[in-house]
Write a protein that binds this ligand. Structure first.
Ligand code: NAD
Length: 428
């Protein structure tokens, strides 16, 4: 993974593994299709605001340790910024910038009234106690709270953060503003104003776009073997929902390794093992293999649902899948895109495929502000309507512009944001 940082908005040397540059390269292709002028390109490519904070934390052993946190607000022309917060040792500013920009495009693809933001803290949660995690979360929230707010910027969970993290953020923010403000975050526990269906929403969205892509390819679920990279919120739940729809999940992984059963994994049993042991290692009804080998397995569908830069120029020609559904953000590099496209592999891009999460986050924000909560059936059916119609829109644009679904999703998204600038104008 690249740890380099570019000057926001002006990528110089192209680094295959720099996610912000990858975002900018795809943005440029979409902007060419749209004939956007140079000024508006610069505005849309450049993050609106970036904040870096030092987070001093009292550790369990009595020492003080400083962590670094970021919050990037890429664009708030369509509404408050929306985007997750991740805790990981390799978090860096270009990654957070890319993730924030992808949120702008993602919210625009599914047409929810948000801009894009993202946050991250450089830390390794595996080495931290619950108390230390809570103190990091609260101090980070305090550090960035001047730019947060239900009408400004609304965080959500991402890698290594969860409902509990959101509960701490909600409480910290509420204590400072002297009123309980549930709409400050999404992905909260139900008891604190969370939405039914939010935990499953990204995985459900992955399942729904897979269904639409399969129709496009003329394939049925029972004809499809699926390989899933990652078994967290997106991969684990996505695999379970695909399994319920009749797909054969032949392999799934976590950061330590992969399991394979060519007859199809018993997904409830795999997830029960994972819950109990916190890793797939030791699961008996399967072969075990390395993560590197997993991506080359024979299958019809590959769902990368772990992290960035997994399908690259080094392995794209070995991918056997006919369909790649990007549960993760940025799992495929630009160089790999070209290889997959030349080989006729259909890629449902991240900014469409994993937009189920932000769609139900939008529902959660609406419910919190209205103080009126929906049933799970209502949430799921509205999600289904948005995911299937967004897939159809992206597919239509792809045919219109004779381009990949990825570039089509960017064209659709960038066009909507550019039109907002045209209508609002550039102030002063
Ligand atoms: P998570 O922390 O719940 O799970 C991540 C999973 O990936 C874990 O199983 C972990 O062991 C595994 N993993 C990490 N590195 C790996 C590697 N190199 N090889 C194989 N497995 C590896 O995170 P998540 O919320 O499921 O997020 C996964 C991806 O989906 C991220 O790119 C995130 O930005 C994206 N995403 C998440 C949501 C959401 O609602 N949670 C929404 C949209 C996009």
């Amino acid at each position: 993974m690249s740890t380099g940082s570019t000057q926001a908005g002006t990528p110089a040397v192209v680094d295959e593994f720099n996610p912000f540059q990858a975002m900018a390269q795809r943005f440029n292709v979409a902007a060419d299709h749209l004939g956007l002028d140079a000024g508006i390109r610069d505005v849309l490519r450049t993050p609106d605001r970036e904040l870096t904070v030092s987070i001093p934390v009292l550790m369990d052993d009595g020492t003080i340790k400083i962590f670094t946190g970021y919050r990037v607000q890429h664009n708030f022309s369509r509404g408050p910024c929306k985007g997750g917060i991740r805790f990981a040792p390799d978090v860096n500013l270009d990654e957070v910038r890319a993730l924030a920009a992808w949120m702008t495009w993602k919210c625009s693809v599914v047409d929810v009234p948000f801009g894009g933001g993202k946050g991250g803290v450089i830390c390794d949660p595996r080495e931290l106690s619950q108390g230390e995690l809570e103190r990091i979360t609260r101090r980070y929230t305090t550090g960035i709270m001047d730019i947060l707010g239900p009408d400004r910027d609304v965080p959500a969970p991402d890698v290594n953060t969860n409902e509990q993290t959101m509960a701490w953020i909600m409480d910290t923010y509420s204590m400072h503003v002297r009123r309980t403000t549930t709409a400050i975050v999404t992905g909260k526990p139900l008891l604190l104003g969370g939405s039914r269906g939010r935990t499953e929403a990204t995985g459900r969205g992955v399942m729904l776009v897979t269904r639409e892509a399969m129709k496009k390819l003329g394939l049925r679920p029972e004809q499809a073997r699926v390989v899933v990279q990652g078994s967290g919120n997106v991969g684990g739940i996505g695999a379970m929902l695909l399994h319920r729809e009749g797909y054969k999940i032949v392999s799934i992984s976590d950061m330590y390794g992969s399991v394979l059963n060519e007859k199809g994994l018993d997904m409830p049993a795999v997830l029960a093992h994972l819950k109990q042991h916190r890793r797939l290692e030791g699961y008996k009804e399967a072969q075990h293999l390395s993560n590197k080998d997993q991506l080359d397995l024979d299958c019809e569908i590959l769902v990368p649902a772990a992290t960035e830069n997994q399908i690259t120029s080094a392995n794209a020609d070995r991918i056997k899948a006919r369909l790649v559904v990007e549960g993760a953000n940025g799992p495929t590099t630009v160089a790999a895109d070209e290889i997959l496209e030349s080989r006729g592999v259909l890629v449902v891009p991240d900014i469409l495929a994993n937009a189920g999460g932000v769609t139900v986050s939008y529902f959660e924000w609406v419910q919190d502000r209205a103080g009126f909560f929906w049933t799970e059936e209502v949430v799921n059916s509205r999600l289904e309507q948005i995911m299937t119609s967004s897939f159809a829109e992206v597919d239509r644009v792809a045919r219109e512009h004779s381009c990949s679904m990825r570039i089509a999703a960017y064209i659709l998204a960038v066009d909507r944001v550019a039109k907002v600038y045209k209508l609002r104008g550039i102030y002063a």
